[in-house]
Design a protein around this ligand. Sequence first.
Ligand SMILES: Nc1nc2c(ncn2[C@@H]2O[C@H](COP(=O)(O)OP(=O)(O)OP(=O)(O)O)[C@@H](O)[C@H]2O)c(=O)[nH]1
Ligand code: SF4
Ligand SMILES: [Mg+2]
Length: 406
Amino acid sequence: MHTTPKGLRLHIGIFGRRNAGKSSVLNAVTGQGAAIVSEVPGTTTDPVEKAMELLPLGPVLFIDTAGIDDVGALGEQRVARTRQAIERTDVAVLVAEAGRWDAFEDELLAELKSAGVPVIAVMNKIDLAPAGAAAAGVDPAPDVQVVRMCATRSEGVTDFKEALLRVVPDSFLAPPAILGDLLAPGQMAVLVVPIDLEAPKGRLILPQVQSIRDVLDNDAYCAVVKERELRDLLDNLKRPPALVVTDSQAFLKVAADTPDDIPMTSFSILFARFKGDLETFVAGAARIDELRPGDRVLIAEACTHHPIGEDIGTVKIPRWLTQYVGGKLAFDFLRGRDFPADLGAYRLVVHCGSCTFNRRQLLTRILRCRQAGVPITNYGVAIAASLGILPRALSPFPGLRPAAGS
Ligand SMILES: Nc1nc2c(ncn2[C@@H]2O[C@H](COP(=O)(O)OP(=O)(O)OP(=O)(O)O)[C@@H](O)[C@H]2O)c(=O)[nH]1
Ligand code: SF4
Ligand SMILES: [Mg+2]
């Protein structure tokens, strides 16, 4: 968890007046009592750093600073050190007491903006704000995300994380490789691409094309075959491939035709890692074992492509899950950009490969599911789990283990 070099962590600086609740906001967001909190203004005297994994965003470094309205000679040094913290901040959190946004906050905001740092304004202590006081706060500027919180009761934490995902610079959301990192230069991958009714006429689909490009970018190479020719190809190779990747629909046949010692996975699992958070999806798949007949499952697709023949999302996944559970499940289907505000009715969300989404969009959905306490998994992981071959499909990722039974 702490292996990510500090320079690669998103640095989140927390600024504001003394006693506004900066350290309390840090504790609420991290869910840990890392920072000392007290009613005495000036409790935090020097910037305090806290490295952690903030799901679903990834590795971050919080910098809790001393109140910048600090007074006296000692105070001036503290203010200087707080100002230095701005220089290493990627995202700034300006904490104010709800209903108390004055010239001081405006100046601090202007300073942060002139440093080119995106800002989240936290109106904290909403519990103390007079009832009806215009929802306890002003909206400082159109380009500033405003979050209302009661840090001591951990209220507003999810809103805070959503705001964070919105303002995080793109470079911090840069995805890992698709599969290039699983191949050394000069190694070979075999990509299994079924050409069935759902395959578009005359071309390959985007995830397949992106995978080929990623292999080439990493000085490796690949062979592309339909599932029928896989066995023949493997028999004719002088060296076994370093990796076999299949479309999920041909999982069982490809698993049967690929020798056990060759790592094997699916495009959908590769994209779960590339676009989202494979670990979360693998953890979410454990819920499949707990599903009971009658449970409600949301199948969510990022785009509104038209299903042809037996569609994977509306037909195949429901069938596989139903067979696995041994009884009828209640499925809802969702296509496109809208994600339901209320996910509470669902026992599980199964998401498509999100090839048309960027990482920020999928991570936001993962966050919503977390907030609702609903496990989320994706097509490739769910299919592998319901076919009983998830451990095999995770063989290229030795650090990831499915929960027992899935
Ligand atoms: N009622 C209420 N009190 C809060 C809230 N957040 C923080 N407090 C209280 O406000 C006081 C100051 O909180 P801190 O988190 O230490 O504030 P800080 O901004 O870090 O203060 P300094 O480090 O002194 O600059 C403490 O007594 C907290 O318990 C809140 O949302 N509601
Ligand atoms: S966004 Fe989802 S539904 Fe649309 S093509 Fe990609 S994987 Fe399929
Ligand atoms: Mg403090």
